[in-house]
Design a binder for this molecule. Structure first.
Ligand SMILES: Nc1ncnc2c1ncn2[C@@H]1O[C@H](COP(=O)(O)OP(=O)(O)O)[C@@H](O)[C@H]1O
Ligand SMILES: [Mg+2]
Length: 140
């Protein structure tokens, strides 16, 4: 059970709490893999070069910082911990990775970086819960 955990992070407080829970889960279940995914907005072609390349590099740098922060929140685990940086819609990226990697559980925050506080569930978590190929652990 929960051999292959997929953790989705966007740098928000909620996603860092999700990272901590994912680490606890990996330790408790002695999981084989805790994969971490960060999606970043696609960079439009009309920007032209070198602007487009610079924008991509800035996104990658930020995504790598988020990955590093989440690895610290996960802590020491007995599992392999590969990372994936994906350009495009976060919900699609998370669902596709879960499908192609055969994840047994997705761990994510209930909210993210958007400031629309009335919603109980953020738009990404809502989409993932609706279309995920496996159980989803939503961390509040
Ligand atoms: N770009 C992203 N890459 C990976 N995971 C993400 C991304 N955006 C959101 N998530 C995951 O989804 C959770 C909920 O965020 P989201 O639904 O986008 O809320 P909000 O609408 O408040 O931004 C986050 O805590 C994180 O776990
Ligand atoms: Mg969001």
């Amino acid at each position: 059970m929960f051999e292959r955990i997929l953790l989705a992070v966007d740098g928000s407080e909620h996603s860092m709490r999700a990272a901590k829970e994912a680490g606890d889960l990996a330790r408790a279940m002695k999981s084989d893999i805790l994969r971490i995914v960060v999606a970043f907005d696609s960079v439009p072609r009309y920007l032209g070069e070198p602007n487009r390349e610079q924008a991509i590099q800035a996104h990658l740098k930020e995504a790598n910082q988020i990955l590093q922060k989440s690895q610290e929140a996960v802590g020491k685990i007995p599992s392999e911990s590969p990372t994936e940086l994906i350009e495009g819609s976060p919900a699609e990226a998370i669902i596709n990775v879960a499908k192609t990697r055969g994840s047994s559980v997705i761990v994510m925050g209930s909210r993210g970086l958007s400031s629309i506080a009335e919603l109980m569930l953020g738009s990404t978590s809502h989409k993932v819960v609706s279309h995920a190929p496996c159980p989803v652990l939503i961390v509040r």
